[in-house]
Design a protein around this ligand. Structure first.
Ligand SMILES: [Cu+2]
Length: 164
């Protein structure tokens, strides 16, 4: 009986530790949508910001994000980048679809969130919250980390290290 108790206690402590060490505020799972490494590169003051992240849909159905709001910005738009006559052009997308069992990467040069009308100055290390609205007003919490783009590559390496 004592052995069983010790085994159980051990199991729970390992489990708790695994949970704690895997805890990353920028990685949010809603049972269906996993958000990985959401970040906002710091730009010149007063300029529009862009938000990047990777979205993994672990469910069997497509997830459509219809609009996104943030308390820090007047408006958040979903933009995609198209090539027109050799020139990259941003277009305002109506929604963002993450296919079933698939993933979408919002990254520099591609699709991104355009963060318009900052209500306050942001600085490196800030966490910026946003809410994405899916079908039936289902909410997905997004938490972006503000990073200095000049240190970006170093942080990416660190982040990968942390995950492995
Ligand atoms: Cu844009």
């Amino acid at each position: 009986m004592k052995n069983i108790f010790i085994t159980l206690a051990l199991f729970f402590s390992i489990h708790a530790h695994a949970f704690m060490s895997g805890l990353d505020d920028r990685r949010d799972t809603h049972g269906s949508l996993e958000i990985v490494g959401a970040y906002i590169p710091l730009g010149p003051e007063g300029m529009v910001n862009a938000g990047y992240m990777k979205l993994n849909n672990t469910s069997d159905t497509d997830i459509t994000l219809h609009y996104i709001t943030s308390p820090v910005y007047d408006a958040v738009q979903i933009h995609s980048t198209i090539q027109k006559n050799g020139v990259a052009k941003m277009v305002h997308a109506k929604n963002l679809v993450i296919p079933a069992k698939g993933s979408v990467a919002l990254e520099p040069g591609g699709s991104h969130l355009m963060l318009m009308g900052p209500r306050r100055n942001i600085k490196e290390g800030d966490e910026i919250l946003a809410i994405a609205f899916g079908d039936h007003e289902k909410r997905y919490m997004l938490k972006f980390l503000v990073v200095d783009p000049r240190k970006q590559s170093a942080q990416d390496t660190q982040h990968q290290h942390h995950n492995h």
